[in-house]
Design a protein around this ligand. Structure first.
Ligand SMILES: Nc1ncnc2c1ncn2[C@@H]1O[C@H](COP(=O)(O)OP(=O)(O)OP(=O)(O)O)[C@@H](O)[C@H]1O
Length: 246
């Protein structure tokens, strides 16, 4: 079963159908990319999947219909996202940024806290934070306030924060923007490794070298619709994809 699925999703802004009846499946264990020209509707569709308003159609997370669930409820069900503009808390250390995300996912037991009892959520939070720091080689920056880090590292913190929530579905909005070539290659390897671990990944990205180097399936969007879908090789040769974007 696909981890995340949009069926006939529509999102309007006044008279504009920014997302105009989109079907999209994001399976576990692969990287699915969404590309298209500026204004195609990629970010709007991304928001529909992450928890924004949907005017028609359905969004399923696993077997569950989440169309009417807000973002924080979807996050607790295992959907994590990053933002186009890095959105970490600049005044918090890296480890605290990750802890906030992990606590939002796992919660923490107020009765246990009040009674001084062991809180199982605390252990899960700590383990998830440590694993995310380690995975993205951020341990040396753990105690640095996020606002003091350079843009490339901050992008990795943004990704680590999403991973700290131990997601089953990861939505990435232009994760390579602001990265140099070496950092982009690092990101590519990490995305392949995460997919190999079984994560469902949806990547919205303008860096075509990254998209074609990392994606298993590429969907091309234009004027609110998916106009082509296939493997990177198929999309490179697709007349409609070339006409609207490549
Ligand atoms: N809040 C909004 N109010 C009105 N129109 C909007 C709003 N957000 C997006 N749009 C319009 O919806 C359409 C799709 O925009 P969207 O940002 O989803 O495209 P995109 O493919 O993500 O573009 P980009 O690659 O530049 O990020 C555009 O015509 C845009 O102007």
């Amino acid at each position: 079963m696909s981890a995340l699925r949009a069926e006939g999703v529509v999102r309007r802004f006044g008279g504009l159908r920014a997302v105009d009846g989109v079907d999209l499946t994001v399976p576990s264990g692969v990287v699915t990319a969404l590309i298209g020209p500026n204004g195609a509707g990629k970010s709007t569709l991304f928001d529909c999947l992450a928890g924004g308003r949907v005017d028609a159609g359905r969004v399923h997370l696993g077997a569950r219909d989440v169309t009417r669930l807000p973002a924080h409820r979807r996050a607790r069900l295992g959907l994590a996202r990053t933002f186009q503009a890095v959105s970490v808390f600049p005044g918090l250390t890296v480890v605290d940024n990750l802890r906030v995300a992990a606590e939002n996912r796992f919660g923490s037991s107020a009765p246990a806290r009040l009674l001084g009892l062991p809180d199982p959520a605390r252990g899960r939070t700590r383990d998830a934070v440590e694993a995310a720091l380690d995975r993205l080689a951020l341990t040396e920056h753990a105690d640095t306030p996020a606002g003091e880090l350079p843009a490339g590292i901050l992008r990795m913190v943004e990704l680590a924060r999403a991973l700290a929530a131990s997601p089953s579905v990861l939505l990435l909005d232009e994760p390579a923007s602001g990265l140099d070539d070496a950092q982009t290659e690092r990101l590519r390897r990490e995305l392949r490794a995460l997919a190999a671990d079984g994560l469902a990944i949806l990547l919205v990205e303008h860096d075509m070298d990254l998209v074609f180097g990392v994606a298993d399936t590429v969907h091309v969007m234009a004027a609110g619709r998916i106009v082509a879908a296939g493997t990177p090789d198929e999309i490179r040769r697709d007349a409609r994809a070339r006409e609207v974007y490549l």
